[in-house]
Design a protein around this ligand. Structure first.
Ligand SMILES: O=C(O)[C@@H](CO)OP(=O)(O)O
Length: 206
């Protein structure tokens, strides 16, 4: 029986709605974000998934999404480990700025490079590579041993911390990851082989 690992980006946050760079800032979920978390839970429930352990970041939008999913699955008390290693990529000086205004100020291309490239950090912040340097050791040393022990694992985290993880798990290049977007509140269910490679992958979209 392959191990099961579910990755889920948090539901829409207040700053996603306002189109602001968020990073390590800590806005809550919008009504839509809360609804997305419930939908994520319903899709996991329809697959018959029950978790043995959950991991989330130190930021409330990911914690809230994770707790809604667990509550809806009837697993409110499940062991949930919070760690800032899973936090969103730090957007540095861009944090709190409007993304459209940033495009006007610095140009479409520069902002796209800051948002999606692999190794170009935004001013004062982390590149995806920097983010991977904290996410991947956490995954390898904390999360993966749980999955390899046969536990069904949930990671409720963020667009860029999960992009960093997915890049490594799926063996994507720096060019491929630029195009990879994660929707809010959409669980991705991976089954892993005993050697930790991916046996199957399913995105639970509506
Ligand atoms: O603002 C952020 O922290 C992230 C995720 O919402 O945005 P982006 O998609 O621009 O990386």
């Amino acid at each position: 029986m392959p191990a099961t690992l579910v990755l889920c980006r948090h539901g829409q946050s207040d700053w996603n709605l306002k189109n602001l760079f968020t990073g390590w800032k800590d806005p809550g979920l919008t009504e839509k974000g809360i609804a997305e978390a419930h939908e994520a839970a319903a899709r996991l429930k329809a697959m018959g998934i029950k978790f043995d352990i959950a991991f989330t970041s130190a930021l409330s939008r990911a914690q809230h999404t994770t707790s809604i999913i667990l509550e809806d699955l009837g697993q409110a008390g499940l062991e949930t480990i919070r760690d800032q290693a899973l936090n969103e990529r730090d957007y540095g000086d861009l944090s709190g700025l409007n993304k459209d205004e940033a495009r006007v100020k610095w140009g479409e291309e520069q902002v796209h490079v800051w948002r999606r490239s692999y190794d170009v950090p935004p001013p004062g912040g982390e590149s995806l590579k920097d983010t991977a340097a904290r996410v991947l050791p956490y995954y390898v040393y904390r999360v993966l041993p749980q999955a390899m022990a046969g536990k069904t694992v949930l990671i409720g985290a963020h667009g860029n911390s999960l992009r960093a993880l997915i890049m490594a798990m799926e063996g994507l290049t720096g060019e491929q990851i630029v195009k990879r977007e994660l929707d809010t509140g959409v669980p991705i269910v991976y089954h892993l082989n005993p050697d930790t490679t991916i046996a199957s992958k399913q995105e639970l979209k509506g």
